[in-house]
Design a protein around this ligand. Sequence first.
Ligand code: SAH
Ligand code: SF4
Length: 366
Amino acid sequence: MLSRILVMPSDTLANLYDLTRPALGALLAGWGFSAYHRDQLWTALYRRHATSFDELEGLKPELVRALRERARLSHLGVHHESFSSDGFTHKLLLRLDDGQTIETVLMRFKGRATVCISTQAGCAMGCVFCATGQMGLSRHLTPGEIVGQVLHVNRVLRDANESLRNVVLMGMGEPLHNYEHTMAAIDVLVDAMGLAMGPRFITLSTVGVVPGIRRLADEERPIHLAVSLHGATDAERAALVPVGRRWPLDELMDACRYYSEKRGRRIFFEWTLIAGRNDTAEHAHTLGQLLRGMDAHVNVIPLNPTVGYDGGPSRPESVRAFQDVLTSYAVPSTVRQRRGIDIDAGCGQLKADVERRARRSLPTSA
Ligand code: SAH
Ligand code: SF4
């Protein structure tokens, strides 16, 4: 397993947003409070949207006092934000307690807003075309920092009388490299007494961390799984996704089949289309042969160019031809445009742009 880098913010008071309901119960039990008090506090935080200990009316005063002394509610600050010209995409660079920044993207389609959230500050996986991969890993996010992104956009949406439907873990970082914190955050999001998000409206995207996929298959979380492939032979994949050397395709596809069988679920495969590198008919045939017969759906995403990579997006006719070949193998596919391309909405791009401009003391592109 990759070395674990876990840097918690230095504050030693427990951040309540880091805790699942059972973990909150254990903390409060240690202070002498019951499961009833835990559930009252939980509903205040996630149903009544209390944002400070001043807003906990109706809770036992002794509990509120104990919380003030021994706990905190940590909120993410807005470091920078921008809106796409079509108004649908709202990109946020949120600030964590230790000054790190992470990207969160809110996409607002009528009645079905989707948020794309980060699970790490940076990423250790080094995919060559990805702005986050080009930064390297700073640290894992805590569960509260993952949940905090959803709470932040929930507030934005509530002010506009809208609500959040989908959460995609496709922002900065590799969720299965930060397994426990990511799963704790998902458990908070789906908790029926709180935000009560439907697990089927949550999609986790992984670069293909095989042990994590197997572990997810063995656990009871009916979320959607997306696996980023980008190459259908080991050599071609490793040229784009270096961890392809660590978990070769035969091991990865075995883990995907195990997941499909165990969970009875379709897997989404992501394929960033890069002109001339992985977008020819031959590449599509190799992918079709790899996925033929599986319960699979391919999302093809034309590359969002990044400063650190010299590749460009595929032409629309290459995208169509690629899809036609997949169809001949009965493998369904959809083209996904990364929305808000005019505001660097590709993973990690806004952060890279803001940092570059800060170094040169220029205004940001928003
Ligand atoms: N680490 C996870 C989730 C975050 S990346 C993963 O790799 O799956 C989410 C998706 O965005 C991945 O499929 C990734 O390959 C894709 N992506 C990253 N940078 C991109 C870019 N510049 N253009 C198009 N897709 C990109
Ligand atoms: Fe990390 Fe995903 Fe970017 Fe690869 S594509 S570097 S795994 S965030």
